[in-house]
Design a binder for this molecule. Structure first.
Ligand code: AMP
Ligand code: ZN
Length: 479
């Protein structure tokens, strides 16, 4: 087995992975902001995290992995208020869709699934600690973090703080590096929107304090690994470090790992650019969950992944190839005995596979080891040179491959069925159509036209035409 090397955004270097407690890993992952359906760009990052945790488990580490649902966010609170519902009610549908999607992509459940709304007291007490250490100041009912007081500010994202004006503040949770400013830990209530009544006043937490408080509650003051997409390095993770380290005086995280973006035609896939696909968009076009997982996992996480349908088609063939190979091993009868050459070949493949993943999760290298073996073993089988003695070690190697990649079991059809695809030969069922139509009506009612258009498109892709009637109702028919 190889020494595990991981890239640490903080040092900008590849480092040997040594957890604080031997054999145990405490890891925090920023979860989705449940104000809308997640897109496949988001899942690129979640699949990377899943490959990381599965690989560490394969290597014998016991994981303590925490993932949150960001269910307190400016957009969620504003949208919930507009729709006249509570936060839980508003986010439930998106949270459920996220859980369903993770299951569909074989993303394992972390040891702790938590929600920001369940941890307001922890956030308040962290802010109180920062107040006691004079890292904060109040302004118009909100509480801000004074970034110039924290000497390590900017070390993670290498943000340049020259020229920053004392007292310049930012209220949005998401902003660019050029606007590095004092950020809101606690936000004053807004007319008509949800707030909490607490010891530090009425209001709601900023996004950054949420993750600091939740991560330290479950993992202690210093985490082994913290992950996220690269867009979270600034400001979110920079601010998490500033908050946590100012409060504890200890390093917050040993290894910061960030996945590069999934791009579509050279641009980041994002909701705001409108260039996104959800899982359901792709399944409606006939692609399989296993192919999508494979496509997302196959490009090493620190390389940008350019999403194309050709790539997805190739991933479909790659998964088929692996499944066919596994089936051959299980079903064909080979001549008795053993081949020293093939036995050595399987050992080398297993070693190269581990070597690839140990090298900062180089999934491309790990997969090359698998496919090289599959090619050579298939040739040996065709020539009648493969021996029964190598069936067991070859299957054992495939099993450890699949503990990480999780694409071999052919469960695509049942997963698609669980999501309402291919339920019968006639395609989408009436109940699901009614459900989507109702979702679209409520999106329109809250003037969320992007969501309403997306549902119309999804239905259209699945052969359903909508007609909006003058009285505000909607009729549907099959194409
Ligand atoms: P959000 O729901 O916006 O907080 O994002 C959830 C996760 O998806 C975060 O780790 C983001 O960094 C990540 N993410 C967002 N867009 C992309 C993308 N195009 N490619 C890869 N990861 C992304
Ligand atoms: Zn976070």
């Amino acid at each position: 087995m190889h020494e595990i090397h991981l890239h640490n955004t903080l040092s900008g270097k590849i480092e040997t992975f040594v957890p604080q407690k031997p054999g145990q890993v405490g890891m925090y992952t920023c979860g989705p902001t449940v104000y809308d359906y997640a897109h496949i760009g988001n899942y690129r990052t979640f699949v990377f995290q899943d490959i990381l945790r599965r690989f560490l488990k394969l290597r014998g580490f016991q994981m303590n992995h925490v993932m949150n649902l960001t269910d307190v966010d400016d957009r969620i609170i504003a949208n919930a208020a507009k729709a006249g519902v509570g936060i839980r009610e508003y986010t439930e549908k998106y949270a459920q869709a996220f859980f369903d999607d993770c299951k569909t992509l074989n993303i394992e459940s972390p040891e702790h699934w938590i929600r920001a709304t369940d941890h307001i007291p922890e956030m308040v007490s962290l802010i109180q600690k920062l107040q006691a250490e004079s890292y904060t100041y109040p302004s118009e009912g909100s509480i801000y973090y004074r970034i110039t007081k924290f000497k390590d500010y900017g070390k993670l994202s290498k943000v340049d703080l020259t020229g920053i004006q004392a007292g310049a503040r930012v209220d949005n949770d998401r902003y660019e590096k050029e606007s590095a400013r004092d950020f809101a830990l606690w936000k004053a209530p807004k007319e008509g929107e949800h707030f909490w009544q607490t010891a530090i006043g009425a209001g709601r937490p900023g996004w950054h304090i949420e993750c600091s408080a939740m991560a330290m509650k479950y993992l202690g003051e210093t985490l082994d690994i913290h992950t996220g997409g690269i867009d979270l390095a600034f400001p979110h993770h920079e601010n998490e470090i500033a908050q946590s380290q100012a409060a504890t005086g200890k390093p917050f995280v040993h290894y910061w790992m960030h996945a590069e973006h999934l791009l579509v035609e050279g641009e980041k896939m994002s909701k705001s650019l409108g260039n996104f696909f959800t899982l359901r968009d792709l399944f409606a076009k006939g692609y399989k969950p296993s192919a999508l997982r494979f496509a997302l996992a196959s490009v090493p996480y620190r390389r940008q992944l350019n999403f194309t349908f050709d790539g997805l088609q190739q991933a479909t063939s790659s998964v088929e190839r692996l499944r066919n190979f596994a089936a051959r091993l299980k079903n064909e009868k080979f001549a008795a005995g053993s081949s020293a050459e093939m036995a050595a070949r399987i050992k080398t493949a297993a070693d190269d596979f581990d070597g690839g993943l140990s090298d900062d999760l180089n999934t491309a290298q790990a997969l090359a080891a698998v496919f090289d073996l599959v090619r050579e073993a298939n040739i040996a089988m065709d020539k009648g040179e493969f021996r029964q003695g190598e069936v067991k070690p070859a299957l054992a190697f495939l099993a450890s491959f699949d503990k990480v990649f999780a694409v071999l079991d052919d469960t695509d059809a049942e997963k698609l069925k669980a999501l309402g695809f291919g339920a019968d030969d006639a395609g989408i069922g009436d109940a699901e159509i009614e459900k989507l139509v109702a979702e679209r009506q409520s999106a329109r009612a809250r003037r969320d036209f992007a969501a309403s258009d997306r549902i119309r498109k999804e239905l259209s892709d699945r052969g359903i035409i909508l007609e909006d009637t003058k009285d505000g109702n909607v009729r549907w028919k099959r194409k």
